[in-house]
Design a protein around this ligand. Sequence first.
Ligand code: GLV
Ligand code: MN
Length: 215
Amino acid sequence: MAATGAVLLVLLAFTIGVFANDSDMLQDVCVADRESGIFVNGFPCKNISMITAEDFFFAGIAQPGKITNNILGSKVTGANVQDIPGLNTLGVSMARVDFAPYGLNPPHIHPRATEMIFVLKGELYVGFITTNNKLISKVVKIGETFVFPRGLAHFQKNLSKYPTAVIAAFNSQLPGTQQFAAALFTSKPDVPNDILAQAFNINTKKVEMIRAGLS
Ligand code: GLV
Ligand code: MN
């Protein structure tokens, strides 16, 4: 009986281990062929005779991203498999986040990745929230790093009157991002007002006000 329990535990640990990250690669490279029209987990591979250095290159996070959302004052520029086809099956990606003075990267999760940030300039108040609602937060400055564990709600806020930027690294080729406010209040079709009113203990008028403010 005890032996069966131990085997089950080992199997469980193995399963968690196997599925804790993007799937492992089975060849040197599998440059994404995004035009193939075939839908698989990840992307099918380009013929290796057709790959070039450009498949592994991206200059899109060399410069600050253009901040167009004046309410939030932040801009995330991804450097993932959608920008760099050579990342397909490699299990890593990056992003750059630029912040206007007092800008906020609002609470969000990445369903497929842990994130680690490196502060390029300025300082930020950053934090994540555990599943038992403990806030782990800190002010981080230029050259410092901070980790946001996979799947946990997190945010970054520029505390200063100067522009700030971070580089983020992820252990997924496509971490995915779900912002709570946008997901709940701007989904299509709408999450019904009474669901949000009950969840947040507010009336449906306030739900509509929040929707209007976000759209
Ligand atoms: C920062 O949290 C990001 O997701 O880029
Ligand atoms: Mn993030």
